[in-house]
Design a protein around this ligand. Sequence first.
Ligand code: DGP
Length: 136
Amino acid sequence: MKDENCIFCKIGAHEIPTKKVYEDDMCIAFDDMEPLMPVHVLIIPKDHYTGLDDDVPEEVLGHCLKVTKKIAEIKGLTNGWRTLINTGHDASQSVRHFHVHVLGGGLMPRPNDQDWGRFATNADKIYDKDGNKICG
Ligand code: DGP
């Protein structure tokens, strides 16, 4: 289950060099080439799934999440880490091969609803539960 046009499939098959952090039979983890934090690692299954909108087996999902702890240990994230999964267009998923971001190495703010909403192209149409306009 590989997609010959998928860059992450090529990384998983060692056809493209990358800074590998961890690997086992099911997944491979490597440094993100556009890091948002001092530690920014991507965990990908070796098989191709577009994202959480695809039929990713529970075994694969669970395994990738378990591996976040291994990445944290390898990278020395003793104070914690953030796990992020973007799915599809509205989440700005840029590589359509399921992947888990592991971010850490510093304190990350908790994004609140208003900050998130402001980025939306339909921000002026986002209301809170009482019907008040949140953004725009
Ligand atoms: P997302 O927006 O969730 O699809 O994140 C995709 C991430 O993948 C983005 O942070 C940049 C990273 N990335 C894309 N192509 C490559 C690559 O060829 N090598 C590495 N190391 N990272 C990549």
